[in-house]
Design a protein around this ligand. Structure first.
Ligand SMILES: Cc1ncc(C[n+]2csc(CCOP(=O)(O)OP(=O)(O)O)c2C)c(N)n1
Ligand code: SF4
Length: 284
C-alpha cells in the first residue's frame, strides 16, 4: 500500500528537526506494510507535542485530556473491539500524568498498541523534567539539575506483567518500524517506548546521543525469558533496542465476552429511536 494513503496534507506545529517527524514516518510505513484500512484504525492520544501526532495522519482519532489517552482508548475498544487502536503520546503524558492508567492498562491487557515518544522531557510546556529525564540534567525548572531517579518504563512494564514490551529509537528507523508492525499484530497490549530527540528543550539526549548510546538486543535473546528480559531492560550503557518480552495472555475483551453472555455490551444492545430520544430528552 502507498504510504501517502495515511498522509494528511497540511502544516504541523512541530519544530524543524524534531524526532516526532521520524516516528510519524515509521508509523505510516508500518500501517502501509500491514495494508491496514482507514476505517479499521483509530488513533488516540493525550496532550503534548507527541500527542498531536494523530492529527497529522489521515485517520480517525481522538485526543483525550493530558494523561488520559489510555482510559479513552479502553472505552473506544470496549465499544468496538473490532477497531485497531493505536495510542500514540509522550513520555510525560503516559508515564507522568497518565502513570496510574499505564499500570492498570497493563493489568487489563487490552488488544491495542501503545507508542510512547520518549524524548526524556516535557516538550510542549517548554522543557520541564519528565519521569524519564536523566538524573543531573539541568532544565528550565530544575535549574540545579534533576535529583530524582528516572523511571525505566521498559523494566516497569515487564515487572507489571505486560505481554509485549519493546524499545525503539528515532536513530533506528528500520528496526523500530518492524517493532511497530509486530506490536500491531500482537494480541494484547503492545508497549513500545521510542527514543525521540527534542531539538528545542533537550540538548543532552540528541539524535546523536541516542545513536551512540544504544544498540540492538543480542539476537540470541529469547523474548519469552522474562528474567533475562528484565536484566536486559535494566542496562543503560548502552541502552538496548528491540523486543525484550512477549507472551500470550488473556485479553480484556476476552473477559468481557464471558460477561456478555449475560449482559451484552452497550454497542450490541438494540435500542429503538423512541428509547434513544427519551435518553437525549432526559439530558436536555
Ligand atoms: C493535568 C494537566 N497537567 C499539566 C498540563 C500541562 N501540560 C501540557 S503538555 C505537558 C507535558 C507534555 O509532555 P510529554 O507528554 O512528554 O510530551 P511532549 O510535549 O514532550 O511530546 C504538560 C505538563 C495539562 N495540560 N494538564
Ligand atoms: S519542542 Fe521538542 S518535542 Fe516539541 S516539536 Fe519542538 S523539538 Fe519536537
Amino acid at each position: 500500500m502507498d504510504k501517502n494513503y495515511w498522509n494528511r496534507d497540511g502544516e504541523t506545529a512541530w519544530c524543524p528537526g524534531c524526532g516526532n517527524f521520524g516516528i510519524r514516518d515509521m508509523v505510516m510505513d508500518a500501517y502501509s506494510d500491514l495494508n491496514l484500512s482507514k476505517d479499521k484504525v483509530i488513533m488516540v492520544s493525550g496532550v503534548g507535542q507527541a500527542a498531536k501526532a494523530p492529527q497529522y495522519y489521515d485517520v480517525n482519532y481522538f485526543n483525550g485530556l493530558h494523561g488520559r489517552a489510555l482510559p479513552a482508548a479502553l472505552g473506544i475498544h470496549t465499544a468496538n473491539p473490532e477497531m485497531k487502536i493505536i495510542v500514540q503520546s509522550g513520555d510525560g503524558d503516559i508515564y507522568g500524568e497518565g502513570g496510574n492508567h499505564f499500570l492498570h492498562a497493563i493489568r487489563r491487557n487490552p488488544d491495542m498498541t501503545l507508542l510512547v515518544h520518549d524524548n526524556m522531557i516535557y516538550g510542549l510546556t517548554k522543557g520541564q523534567a519528565a519521569p524519564t529525564t536523566q538524573k543531573g540534567m539541568v532544565t528550565s525548572v530544575q535549574t540545579q539539575g534533576v535529583f530524582l531517579e528516572p523511571i525505566n518504563p521498559v523494566a516497569m512494564a515487564i515487572t507489571m506483567g505486560a505481554t509485549f514490551v519493546a524499545r525503539g529509537s528515532i536513530s533506528d528507523k528500520k528496526g523500530t518500524t518492524e517493532l511497530i508492525k509486530r506490536g500491531i499484530e500482537h494480541k494484547g497490549l503492545a508497549i513500545i517506548d521510542i527514543f525521540q530527540n527534542c531539538v528545542s528543550f533537550n540538548k543532552q539526549n540528541t539524535f546523536a546521543w541516542y545513536k551512540n548510546n544504544s544498540e540492538a538486543i543480542p539476537v540470541s535473546h529469547d523474548p519469552s525469558d522474562k528474567m533475562k528480559a528484565l536484566e536486559l531492560a535494566m542496562r543503560t550503557e548502552p541502552w538496548l533496542l528491540g523486543l525484550f518480552y512477549q507472551e500470550e495472555g488473556s485479553t480484556f475483551a476476552e473477559h468481557l465476552a464471558t460477561r456478555d453472555e449475560i449482559h451484552p455490551a452497550l454497542y450490541q444492545q438494540k435500542r429503538s429511536t423512541e428509547t434513544l430520544n427519551k435518553i437525549f430528552d432526559d439530558y436536555r
